[in-house]
Design a protein around this ligand. Sequence first.
Ligand code: MG
Length: 260
Amino acid sequence: MRIGRFRKDGREFTGIVEGERVFALKEDLLATPFFKDSIDVERGTEEFSLEGLDILPPVNPSKIIAIGLNYKAHAAEFNKELPEEPMLFMKPPTAVIGQGEAIVYPTHMSRRVDYEGELAVVIGRRAKDVTEEEVDKYILGYTCFNDVTARDLQKKDIQYTRAKGFDTFAPMGPWIETDIDPDDVTIETYLNGERRQHTSTADMIFSVRRLVSFVSQVMTLLPGDVIATGTPSGVGKIKSGDTIEVKIEGIGTLVNTVIA
Ligand code: MG
């Protein structure tokens, strides 16, 4: 099942996508999901054509946790040793943008901004100290994510808050897919139509289930929270005017442009 958020004539709603049709849910559950214990998807009676809708970010998370160095080949391209346990950092929810929105290049501070195509997990139920075996029932689904990074500031600062935290540095979407096997899907990133990243999530150092379990042992995960599971090799810089696409098998393609 595909769940997304949409806008039509100024009204925002959550809907289930089936082919070119969108069926509105009774409640706009993904607008502020973290006030609830879980997200329950109940279909309403309204139906729309996907073509006539603006696609919004699929969720409005209370927090975004991201994983550094989770693919072996990416660790190698930065000459880093493989981590012994997942390396966590956070991106602010104010950085979220959705399908078709522009990444704003922070020219006042950075001279080097990179794309990082990633598979993101969306949490569906409040989770604390969850084991790998029971993780699935806490996951709502998966979406495409671009962990946009000011690489020069990442190297300059001791931690990642500034490099990863600019407004528009967390594109995600176009929607949440509930039925994929996160352990073996193909992830590709295209820069101006040219493929730059192409890997299976089977190459991850820590699996999606391991990551969700691990993070839940640090902090309570709330419905709508997002875990970006790390980028494969092939990261590279972007500039104003570029188009970046993150395509994940079984989910779809997240498309964003860059403006100065
Ligand atoms: Mg990343």
